[in-house]
Every structure is written in C-alpha cells, then in structure tokens.
Ligand binder design. Structure first.
Ligand code: CP
Ligand code: NVA
Length: 311
C-alpha cells in the first residue's frame, strides 16, 4: 500500500517560511474574491464537498465560526464535535478517536488543553490535523495577524514587534512567527510568567525578554497582547490580576512605540485588564480586521493542507 503523506498544522513551524508567506498571499487573494463575489462558484475549489471536523474542548467564537463559515462558503461542510456529546470526551483513547474520525472526515481542527494530546491525535490521523488552540500554541491566530499586518503596513520582515503580558500560547506563537516571518520580538511579561525557556533559548537571536512594557515597545511597529488569564487558568485569576496590573496596553503605551505602530489583540478582550477600552477604539487598533482575517487565512490554510496531502 502506498504511504500517504499527511501535512498537519500543529505550530507555525510545520510550514516553511516561504509557505507561510505564500499562504498569507493566498488569504489576501481569497478575501478579495470573497468580497467581490464574482461568480457563483466558490473560489476555494479544494474544499468543495470536503468535511471538516471540529473537536473543541474549550470555548470559542472566532475560531469555530471562521472554520465553519470557511467550509460552507467553499461548498464543503463541517461537524462541530463537543466532548460533551462524543466518546472523545468520555475517555475514548485519543489514538482510537483519531483513527476512526480520520476515516470519515477530510480534515480535523482540534482545540484542547495539552499540546501533546494534539500531537498524539495527529500521529494517528490519516488526514490533516489543525491546531485550533492548545495551552502552548495558537498558530491559526498568527496567520490572521500576519495577514492583517501585511494588509495595513506591508512586509513585517526586519521590524520590531512587542508582546505585552502573559508568556502564553499566543506569546509562544509570536516567537515562532518571529522566526518564520523574520522579525524581532520584544516580550514584556511579569517575572514568573515568561514563555517556555527552551523556546526563548532557541530563538535568542530574535527574541528579547524584559519585564518593562515601555522598554519593549520602543521602535515597535506592532504591539500585541492577550488576556492575563487563559482558558484553564481560572483559579489563578486573582493573583494574575494583581501581578499583571502594570502591563495594560494603553494609548499612552502606543505613543512610546514607532509613529507607524498598530495594535492587535486576538480577542476576546478584557477591557480594563490587559487592554484599556480606549486602546481597542484607537485609530491604531486593527482588531476587527484581525478577527475577520481568521476566516480568510484559515480558508487558505485548509486549501493548502488538503492540496499538499497526497495519497
Ligand atoms: N481569538 C480566538 O481564537 O478567539 P475564540 O476563542 O473566540 O476562537
Ligand atoms: N490565551 C487565550 C487565547 C484565547 C483565544 C486562551 O488560551 O484562553
């Protein structure tokens, strides 16, 4: 039997830098086609009649809706599989679920806690698996962020990006993005909330860690942040609120960056915590474009993974 080569997207590093850039270009093209609505035929033929499975163990608005809309707009379909209703949520082994579901579905997106669970699922899946967020990484969001930066300001290569706040799954995805899209990343987080040390060490030529937001945003062309308490960390909320108090992104902080800076937040945002209400409404904020681009970037991703997974 011929071995099938399956492309997964568990982190940004599963694509080459060139593939990352091509995917962003395609996302921009698909966005234009979607807005122009030139023909009754979907612009993403690869997804026609395909079925995407969405296994989500954590809440989601943007990721779920953008994936489902992407499939519908392209003539395919999707199945939302909540662990509340499936055997996956009742302890059926990951490797068994992966082997069964991948015989029925064409592509699978998973939102879960441990990144290792996603990796195990991918290992046993005969179809592409997409990371729809784990405790460690959220690469789909970075595709949308990079598309948004490109649309507003052109190439991000060679620029300074500042990450303010928790060294969480989004921050760690920005570290991978620094490598794949060739920018310098300044991270400002409270002591004890740094991203994975190994990840920092392997990217030390392009990632600078500090504990002061003003230092981090100096000359930055992009400032990004995320919630202080991620899903699954709810019991730490009170201590996090206190520890992160001086890490709020305000218009004043944006003023300390490059004149051309833009602001991103993957959302949902907690006004008065990691970001002020004024920052979200500031003319430098591109958060609504960023959210919309989840749809276009993921359409390009689905197409790419299905195209490059050949029997
Ligand atoms: N940014 C993001 O992934 O949002 P959801 O949790 O709503 O999917
Ligand atoms: N860091 C956040 C991102 C939500 C999209 C979380 O994991 O809850």
């Amino acid at each position: 039997m011929k071995t099938k080569f399956v492309r997964h997207f568990l982190t940004l590093l599963d694509l080459s830098p060139q593939e990352c850039n091509t995917l962003i270009e395609r996302a921009i093209e698909l966005k234009k086609a979607h807005k122009a609505c030139k023909s009754s035929e979907p612009s993403c033929q690869q997804l026609k009649n395909k079925v995407l499975g969405l296994i989500f163990e954590k809440s989601s608005t943007r990721t779920r809706v953008s994936f489902e809309a992407a499939m519908m707009q392209s003539g395919g379909g999707s199945l939302f599989l909540s662990p509340r209703d499936t055997q996956f949520g009742r302890g059926e082994p990951t490797e068994d679920s992966a082997r069964v579901l991948s015989r029925m579905l064409d592509i699978i997106a998973i939102r879960t806690f441990e990144h290792q669970r996603l990796e195990k699922f991918a290992k046993y899946s005969s179809v592409p698996v997409i990371n729809a967020l784990t405790d460690d990484y959220h690469p789909c969001q970075l595709l949308a962020d990079m598309q948004t930066y490109y649309e507003h300001k052109g190439s991000i290569a060679g620029n300074i990006v500042a990450w303010i706040g928790d060294g969480n799954n989004m921050c760690q995805s920005y570290i991978n993005a620094a490598k794949q899209f060739d920018f310098q990343l300044n991270i400002a987080c409270p002591k004890g909330f740094e991203p994975n040390q190994h990840l920092i060490a392997t990217n030390k030529n392009r990632v600078h860690l500090c504990h002061d937001p003003v230092t981090a945003v100096k000359e930055a062309k992009l400032i990004a942040t995320d919630v202080w308490t991620s899903m699954g960390q709810e019991e730490e909320q009170n201590i996090r609120l206190k520890t992160f108090a001086s890490f709020q992104v305000t218009p004043k902080l944006l003023d300390q960056a490059d004149n051309d800076v833009i602001f991103m937040h993957c959302l949902p945002a907690h006004r008065g915590e990691e970001v002020s209400a004024l920052t979200l409404e500031d003319s430098r904020s591109v958060i609504w474009d960023e959210a919309e681009n989840r749809l276009h970037a993921q359409k390009a991703l689905l197409e790419f993974l299905l195209k490059s997974t050949q029997a």
